[in-house]
Design a protein around this ligand. Structure first.
Ligand code: NAP
Length: 241
């Protein structure tokens, strides 16, 4: 069994869970992070273990700098390495900008963008020592094209794309690749209030994505795409062509 380790933030549910399972299928031991839903995290860990890898769920709030850095340090202490980091955890607090509260602005920026800062910094220290690693950041097509009612979310995801490209340039000489996936509409808890039939009409592939569609792209960038760095792969059923 490979002793390579993948860390997936927000790996307890939705897209993150699918990423964790795809990486486990590729032979990685997996640490998933989650914010509060312990039941989902436990369920995901048992599904990961059933694939024959080591798996663990670690609860921490990625938006809390000290908490996230301490938790990542403990993971590194325990496993000695991190080969793949998927910065996946994210939230929405949608609303028209005119009426957007500072609280909803801060919550989304602090989780979706600063959360990646908080987790990535300790991870790249160990990746730099290893002289290898792959990071995949979960952006969104909204971070490229914008979306009315999601100024906070679009700003965070656009920030994550700039972060991806800058880190790719900084870390390439250490053999660390940094890419992003930009999903379109994906069926998860995050999108369960949307009218999926109506949205599907506007998507060339005539359906919303599922978590496995996104996880396949993440696994490709993290594991297979050994000469790809600084890229943003849109996985949206053709919505933006
Ligand atoms: P989801 O089903 O709502 O799952 C979110 C995950 O993130 C959960 O595991 C949750 O943990 C975790 N999380 C949330 N806040 C956290 C925090 N502060 N610290 C640690 N973990 C936290 O979401 P999803 O639809 O799978 O989305 C995953 C990523 O894809 C997000 O970055 C999202 O922006 C992006 N994305 C989604 C879509 C879509 O259509 N669904 C489209 C484009 C991009 P708990 O289970 O403990 O709550």
């Amino acid at each position: 069994m490979s002793e390579n380790l993948a860390l997936v933030t927000g790996g307890s549910r939705g897209i993150g869970k699918a990423c964790a399972l795809h990486l486990a299928q590729a032979g990685y031991n997996v640490v998933i992070n989650y914010a509060g839903n312990e039941e989902a995290a436990k369920q995901t860990v048992s599904e990961l273990e059933a694939l024959g890898v080591k798996a663990e769920a670690v609860k921490f709030d990625i938006s809390n700098h000290d908490e996230a850095q301490e938790a990542v340090a403990k993971i590194i202490e325990k496993y000695g390495r991190i080969d793949v980091l998927v910065n996946n955890a994210g939230i929405t607090r949608d609303g028209l900008f005119m009426r957007m509260s500072k609280e909803n602005w801060d919550a989304v920026i602090n989780t979706n963008l600063t959360g990646a800062f908080n987790v990535t910094q300790p991870v790249i220290k160990v990746m730099m020592k290893q002289r290898s690693g792959a990071i995949v950041n979960m952006a969104s097509i909204v971070g490229i094209y914008g979306n009315a009612g999601q100024a906070n979310y679009a700003a965070a995801k656009a920030g994550l794309i700039g972060f991806t490209k800058s880190l790719a340039k900084e870390l390439a000489s250490r053999n660390i690749r940094v890419n992003a996936v930009a999903p379109g509409f994906v069926q998860t808890d995050m999108t369960k209030s949307l009218d999926s039939a109506q949205i599907a009409e506007h998507i060339p592939l005539k359906r919303l994505g599922d978590a496995d569609d996104i996880a396949g792209a993440v696994k490709f960038l993290a594991v297979d795409a050994t000469y790809v760095t600084g890229q943003v792969l849109q996985v949206d059923g053709g919505l933006t062509i």
